[in-house]
Design a protein around this ligand. Structure first.
Ligand code: C5P
Length: 304
């Protein structure tokens, strides 16, 4: 096999609770991740000079990122170091997921690259080794090796797959500005002013995952980043509040913020209502997209 093409779906966080800042600078999380039927497409080809990864971005979205720094090339370099694989790689990335939008686009690209390389290089690495490589590329990358619905804790490395949910329609609304992850964590810390944040009094894993079987209208989930980013003065905070209330007005039964921002989402019980809502919202926003929950599946190959 010389060429492989794989999907690279994005995710939303149905729930995201952030613990205290740890000694290593990361924060412990408790989150429900949900993969979506929307994302980028990655192709890898055995071509070019040995040891080199050339990236051909199929979208102007990627122009700002130097190809060598793109997470796909970083995944290729890490895979080479761990396995000794040395063939030249030409990567093509059709980018659709907004950058810095909390949808895990880059993390998904990294996981797709590791999975695709494992096939292309014929290495057949076991899942534990892929997970270890994934985590060193980013906290959200391990989730994308399997996707679906999962309870995720620790820094992002502890993943407990959950039963698939129905393919609920989701409207994604990006406000047109990114939310850099490290900066969002800093804002959350400074808002808390060093106050300890344990699970104290808040529902834990059992109660939260148990609530998934209720309809989205009854979900008790929250995202700790939302108050940190959307409360208070400033244009960006106001934009978040406007989007959430527009989604509610348009009939969303559950609304939320994904990751550390900036994309908001609304869940609808009817696909037609979601389409109508997106149509209405599109008049006012830069990026609005209707998609569906995506179930966990075996590693998918679109083309060889
Ligand atoms: O792991 P990743 O590179 O995606 O993280 C980006 C930044 O987000 C980290 O440098 C850290 O500041 C913050 N982060 C965190 N706790 C996490 C995940 C990310 O503080 N669980």
């Amino acid at each position: 096999m010389r060429r492989i093409k794989v999907p690279s779906p994005c995710k939303i966080n149905l729930h995201l609770s952030v613990g205290e800042r740890r000694a290593d600078g990361y924060h412990d999380l408790e989150s429900i991740f949900q993969a979506l039927d929307f994302g980028d497409t990655l192709s890898l080809e055995l071509a070019g000079q040995d040891g080199v990864c050339e990236l051909f971005p199929g979208s102007p979205l990627l122009r700002a990122v130097p190809p060598g720094e793109n997470i796909v090339c970083r995944a290729v370099s890490l895979f080479r170091r761990r396995t000794g694989f040395d063939r030249g790689i030409r990567a093509g990335l059709e980018k659709r997921v907004p950058l810095g939008g909390g949808l895990g686009g880059g993390s998904s690209n990294a996981a797709a690259a590791l999975g695709a390389l494992n096939i292309l290089a014929g290495t057949a690495l076991p899942p534990a080794e892929l997970r270890d490589m994934a985590l060193s590329l980013g906290s959200d990358v391990p989730f994308f090796l399997a996707g679906g619905t999962a309870w995720v804790s620790g820094r992002g490395e502890r993943i407990f797959p959950l039963e698939s949910l129905p393919p609920w329609p989701v409207v994604l609304v990006n406000p047109g500005f990114p939310s850099p992850t490290a900066e969002a964590f800093r804002r959350l810390d400074s808002r808390r002013g060093g106050a300890s944040r344990g699970p104290g009094g808040r529902p834990g894993r059992e109660a939260l995952t148990g609530a998934l079987s209720a309809g989205p209208g009854d979900w008790p989930f929250w995202n700790d980043f939302f108050p940190a980013l959307a409360e208070g003065p400033g244009e960006e905070a106001a934009a978040y509040r406007r989007i959430i209330s527009a989604l509610r007005d348009a009939g969303a039964v559950f609304t939320g913020l994904s990751g550390a921002g900036s994309t908001c989402f609304g869940i609808f019980t009817d696909g037609g209502d979601a389409e109508k809502a997106a149509h209405f919202l599109l008049n006012h926003r830069i990026f609005v997209y209707v998609t569906f929950f995506l179930a966990r599946s075996a590693f998918r190959v679109l083309e060889c």
